[in-house]
Design a protein around this ligand. Structure first.
Ligand SMILES: Nc1ncnc2c1ncn2[C@@H]1O[C@H](COP(=O)(O)OP(=O)(O)OP(=O)(O)O)[C@@H](O)[C@H]1O
Ligand SMILES: [Mg+2]
Length: 216
């Protein structure tokens, strides 16, 4: 599903990723960990296609990212979604309008949109907040809405950047359980985190990034 072969990424001639190779199967849930500045976010952005590798090959589904055409980007954005560390929600819109946004961009009918949004809000247990403005929600609730928005289009891959960054242990576990639920439906999930408690007592694969390299 995701294959890196000898991937290098530099910023201002400073190497961040130095010859990274790994493979993630369809339907896997895996974690990327490593200290601050190790390149976790960079690695996710490369998969999302919002950053481009300087050397090496990245294959995501049937997309060869080093050769991707601009005209293919919309299809890639349906295939892979990204839950950003800062959520990037529209604070002055309602929960409904935030989650509906990607479906409206895809031109779906309002009736379909309503069904899909209510379905995904049930999954994150926030149906009762459907008409609330996002800015009135707690951090954990906003995180769940960001995840709901990322899954509402039914992507094949979800990338999540520090999805428990500002949450207490209980709320963090809830978020991880939510990703597990999404994963059991067949979605491939990749979570970047510096918090080892998220995966310590699990059997999920952990890719450790250090000094630009991966040790598994
Ligand atoms: N757009 C950019 N321009 C220049 N340098 C960048 C850019 N993006 C990232 N970097 C640098 O690349 C390195 C890796 O950054 P990245 O954000 O991928 O790390 P990270 O592992 O996600 O860290 P954190 O745990 O703090 O989120 C850092 O040294 C960072 O300063
Ligand atoms: Mg980061």
């Amino acid at each position: 599903m995701i294959t890196f072969s000898g991937v290098y990424k530099y910023y201002n001639e400073i190497p961040v990723l130095q010859g990274i190779s790994f493979h993630i199967d369809k339907g896997e849930l895996a974690f990327i960990t490593g200290p601050s500045g190790a390149g976790k976010t960079t690695l996710l952005k490369l998969i999302f296609g919002s950053e481009v590798a300087d050397e090496g090959e990245i294959k995501v589904g049937d997309f060869e990212l080093s050769r991707i055409k601009n005209s293919e980007i919309p299809r890639l954005r349906r295939f892979v979604t990204f839950v950003f560390q800062d959520f990037r929600l529209r604070q002055d819109l309602t929960v409904f309008d935030n989650v509906a946004l990607p479906l409206r961009i895809l031109g779906e009918k309002e009736k379909e949109i309503k069904l899909k949004v209510m379905d995904v809000l049930r999954d994150v247990a926030l149906r009762h907040k459907v008409d609330s403005l996002v800015r009135t929600l707690s951090g954990g609730e906003q995180q769940k809405i960001a995840i709901a928005r990322a899954v509402v289009t039914n992507p094949q891959i979800i990338l999540a950047d520090e999805p428990t960054g500002n949450l207490d242990p209980e709320a963090s576990q809830e978020i991880i359980n939510l990703f597990k639920k999404i994963n059991t439906r067949g979605c491939t999930v990749l979570i970047a985190t510096h918090d080892p408690t998220l995966f310590q007592s699990s059997s999920y694969r952990v890719l450790k990034l250090k000094d630009g390299k991966i040790s598994q």
